[in-house]
Ligand binder design. Structure first.
Ligand code: NAP
Ligand code: MG
Length: 403
């Protein structure tokens, strides 16, 4: 069989530890035998980030803007222990944070569902995709302890020096605490566009919720921005696509999510997204089955697995012990990026390949062949546990047949 040809390169961001091992195996076993793979390669492994003073991360984000599609391996976010382990010059920032800031992107996380792995909420038949607004609110707050007898005020100084003030609270009877939070229209607008575009792109309804009944200026402003952008830029396209934008109060959204069968995008304010994405991920059963895609408002896509570098397994691997690390989310990062590249470049063969790569992966697990993390929770009867590389060999054989 002739290899599938590509037109434009993908931006390939290599990473760290066990996921770096898996990365190489996926390319060798699942992609290179079938696709004439074109990538522009950036090594975001911690050693090379340190060597380039993290310039490689910035370069990879610039390349992503240029080419429009990237696939990223999990990377180490340095902490004190990593400073020592890798003898780092500095505690480099999380590559994901750097890339997200440069692309002004929104992260969408969605579970991969397979037969045998039943969500804790059994009515969830389809994935729930969570989009978290990753700017502002309590994550960029100003806060103070307040001694008894003090009064806390909020002051806004206009460019001409005029002050607007409002009393937050008069702490006459007790000491306390006070917090100031903010958000900016440009960021909320980008978030709204990213969510609504992704709804169109993936053909799913978009839900958004805030506490606008209580927060009549702050949260209400989020609601208004979403409504305005939806009406002006998306309403016609949503109608044509047969999907809907739905706004409700956050309490109501939580209740509806639990009762729903999934299959929509849930756009969340920063804190809601932080908390709800952990809840939803856990409820679907496995972090190793969670995909993540960063989408910029101008339509640039970066695909990755939601999990980290699986350090504990890597140390076993280094000692030569057998490992059974789940590669599914990383496979889906590659298939997501290849499919998007195929769509943008009008290469139906590449789109078909990406779809079959996913089908081969899911079929393998539904046939009972799986890594240890799934083996312990799968309800299939004839299941076998396989090692990291062995799983990919079985998927590759299936893929060759499907192609
Ligand atoms: P992690 O790598 O996600 O792993 C946490 C635990 O979850 C593992 O020890 C393993 O449990 C299980 N697990 C996660 N992915 C798995 C997979 N694919 N197959 C099987 N089991 C899996 O999180 P972490 O240990 O907190 O972080 C390790 C490194 O990853 C850190 O340096 C962190 O900075 C980085 N990180 C990067 C990203 C990113 O690049 N997007 C995201 C998160 C964390 P058992 O050990 O019980 O088998
Ligand atoms: Mg969280």
């Amino acid at each position: 069989m002739a290899k599938i040809q590509m037109k434009t390169p993908l931006v390939e961001m290599d990473g760290d530890e066990m996921t770096r091992v898996i990365w190489k195996l996926i390319k060798e076993k699942l992609i290179l035998p079938f696709v004439d793979l074109k990538t522009e390669y950036y090594d975001l492994g911690l050693e090379y980030r340190n060597e380039t003073n993290d310039q490689v991360t910035i370069d990879s984000a610039i390349a992503t803007k240029k080419y429009g599609v990237a696939v990223k391996c999990a990377t180490i976010t340095p902490n004190a222990a990593r400073m020592e382990e890798y003898n780092l010059k500095e505690m480099w920032k999380s590559p994901n944070a750097t890339i997200r800031a440069m692309l002004d992107g929104t992260v969408f996380r969605a579970p991969i569902m397979v037969k045998g792995l039943v969500p804790y909420i059994p009515s969830w038949k389809k994935p729930i995709t969570i989009a978290r607004h990753a700017y502002g609110d309590i994550y960029k707050n100003a806060e103070l302890r307040v001694p008894q007898g003090s009064r806390a005020e909020m002051v806004v100084t206009a460019p001409d020096g005029t002050e607007t003030r409002t009393t937050v609270f008069d702490f006459k009877d007790s000491a306390g605490i006070v917090q100031g939070i903010h958000n900016v229209d440009s960021s909320i607008e980008s978030f709204a566009r990213a969510c609504l575009s992704y709804g169109l792109d993936t053909h799913q309804d978009v839900w958004f919720a805030t506490k606008d009944t209580i927060s009549k200026t702050y949260d209400h402003h989020f609601k208004d921005i979403f409504a305005e952008i939806y009406e002006k830029e998306y309403a016609d396209k949503f109608k044509a696509a047969g999907i809907e934008y739905f706004y409700t109060l956050i309490d109501d959204a939580v209740a509806r999510v639990i009762r729903s069968e999934g299959g929509y995008i849930w756009a969340c304010k920063n804190y809601d997204g932080d908390v709800m994405s952990d809840m939803v991920a856990t409820a679907y059963g496995s972090l190793a089955m969670m995909t993540s895609v960063l989408v910029s408002p101008d339509g640039v896509y970066e695909y990755e697995a939601a999990h980290g570098t699986v350090q504990r397994h890597y140390y076993k691997y280094l000692k030569g012990e057998p490992t059974s690390t789940n590669s599914v989310a990383t496979i889906f990062a590659w298939s997501g990026a290849l499919r998007k590249r195929g769509e943008l470049d009008k290469l139906p063969e590449l789109v078909r390949f990406a779809n079959l790569m996913e089908k081969a992966t899911i079929d393998t697990i539904e046939d009972g062949v799986m890594t240890g993390d799934l083996y312990v929770s799968s309800q299939l009867e004839n299941k076998v546990k396989v090692g990291t590389a062995e799983f990919l060999t079985v998927v590759a054989n299936k893929l060759a047949v499907l192609l």
